[in-house]
Design a protein around this ligand. Sequence first.
Ligand code: 26W
Length: 823
Amino acid sequence: MAHFKDNITADSLAERALFHLKYSRGKDLRSATTFDKMMCFSHVVRDMAVDGFIATQRQYLDTDVRRVNYLSMEYLIGKMLANNVVALGIVNESREALKQLDITVEEILELDVEAGLGNGGLGRLAACYLDSLATMELPAYGYGIRYEHGIFRQEFENGWQKERPDEWLALGYPWELVRPEYTLPVCVYGRVKKNFQPGKGASDVWEDFQVFEAVPFDVPIIGYGVNTVNMLRLWKSQPAEGFRLDVFNQGDYVRAVEEKNWAENVSKVLYPSDYTYAGKELRLIQEYFLASCSVRDIIRRYRKTHSDFTKFAEKNVVQLNDTHPTLAIVELMRVLHDEERIPWDKAWEITTSTFCYTNHTLLAEALEKWTVDLLQRVLPRHMQIIFEINHRFLQKVEINHPGEGELMRKVSLIEEGAHKQVRMANLCVIGSSKVNGVSALHSELLKTETMPEFDKVYPGKFTNVTNGITHRRWLIKANPELSELISDQIGEEWMKDLSKLEGFQDAASKRTVQKRFMEIKRAKKVELCETIKELTGYLVSPDSVFDVQIKRLHMYKRQLLKAMHIIHLYNTIKKNPKATVQSKTFIFAAKAAPAYLIAKSVIKLINTMAEVINNDVDVAGRLKVVFLPDYNVSLAEKIIPAADISEQISTAGLEASGTGNMKLSLNGALTVGTWDGANIEIAQHVGEDNIFIFGNRTEDLAVLRRKGYNPWSYVDKSEDLQAVLEAIRDNIFDRTQPDLFKDLYNEVTEHGDFYFYLADYEEYIKCNEEVDKLYAKPSKWAEKAILNVARMGWFSSDRSIQDYCNDIWYLERTPVDMTADIL
Ligand code: 26W
């Protein structure tokens, strides 16, 4: 099939770039900065994407194909240029072309803009899924918010995290296309009036609301080696035209302009706390903003080829990425019932057949619950609809489960109490046809522990889709050296179909391959050493073991347990300076939610430890600790290929899946992990001999909780643990501030050690000793690392998307024909 990159040469790319330099940026080669060159080259690549994009959209329209609409408050897409160049297959042509602009590929890639429109796992997963959907030629739309400020930039001041605004749009973003013609109005506040019409009865009318607008910006998502270019549509809020005309007409011009502000604020900033739900009014409006305009955009598109809604659910599936876009369910009901006048039952049937919901966490503090008061004030009609949904639902439950009051109370949309609240997860389950968790364990716990009543009410609705990652970014792009080694051994087929990576297993025992693998690992470590020096000033050795823990900072993820291990090693050496300790560099990177004070203390502790340990001559050459600031997608791409050890040490039962664990293993790091989330499935795939599993399992912890867990019982037994805890309690790393880490000490002792640090401590130390023993046998280590790479094929996001297609979405592959005219 013809491809839209056909006939592209280095010369034609250079020519187009010079054209953009002149006419999009108003510069010539002499005055152009590196940034100008990055922008104009990105525009060349975007132009190519637009050719595919138009053809793709036309194909979907002409064939009236069933589509998936992925609704997510977060997309951590990271830098796009390198990925797009790889997807289009124009790497070599680009290298040549850029020479003609007197610049190297590396120089312009460094200046590419990182779009950090997400917090962590959930947002990065959405980005991996968009990549897979396009590559698998599936009809898909991503919907999100174009936050003016994405996740904050993290700096350290005296070891403490400081948040700085992310200004990703300040110099322009080359990948988006603004589409003012698809602007939509959005309404909030106001009240509902009963309207009686003779002969037609009563209807509910929402009135006196305030209006603002949503402008879509489209980011093309280029499939790898195919013609498909899907889109990520990001909404920006703005005041409606004629905004506050009432005030304006009163002659109060300044106030009218001032009041414009709140509309602009809706898409101003990404809420930076994951796992803790705060209940803020602006966040509610953000969620409704995404839900409302996305739903109406989907309807607008559907209406191009349909005059009624009978086929709406057949032609559309809407996937809710966690509960954040839940109001989309209510909004679709409102449009179908209130605006389209479709009877309630019919509207409800269409709605529930359209939506599906993915749950990403079981942590109670992350569960979204909006108070009835707030919902009533911001979205009065939606609150009524929620009550009506609940009323009808509970009536049915009553019929099928008579007398089960406790069950009724648990499944109700409304949590009773002094302040009545709407449980968004319940609304998602009731309003969706399928509900999935993100790993085998997590989906099982969701069904049996978190929502057993719903599993009873809706047998068969709950299912699992284990997360995956795109190997195009996380292996081909991030680690071209390892990719080349793999291709040398098994050919290039694996790049299109990651299950083929299996073939690489046979190479694991070959000395020559082991040697090359370790050489590549070392080269990536040398590169990372350079980055570490730039970011922290510390010099670390590429000959030490790189032990990596990179993820959001949260007590359940237990970065503090890693810190305790490091203190244990430090104490060991200080007690006996001749002790043999494997030379290690501990690498952390993590952002803490700005209001999560204890998490911020963990950052300060590790930074304080780093300063002492890295400058202590007793441990020199053996221990180094670095906390890299501002963890983001680009930094992950540098750390992951250089990792020897991947720390996945969450409290069992609490990490829904993890996806960093997959990226690290795919790049040949050995996992040290608990029996949690996708670690379990990773163990099953790579083989339990090729992973280090330790600690209490979910069911063990359940027993401990039931019996009454006492962290002190572990302290009493272990002098080593006592010394580690005292080091934290008394802050041996900075005696001038002895009380600095009391809260951390109390967390794992006095306050009951909610996340079972002490219960897992001893096994963790032992497990790390096993790791060191293995590292002392380089050939064995290399073999296991290669087996990790070779056996990770199943964790491709292509497999996850295939699972979604088979079990939830039922989409058809729709290859895009480029032979038709595209002009
Ligand atoms: C309302 C505040 C809020 C914001 C974000 C609560 C919860 C979230 C997310 C659900 C947190 C999150 O990112 N969860 C992670 O999702 C990943 C993708 O499925 C999983 O791999 C991680 O294990 C899970 O923690």
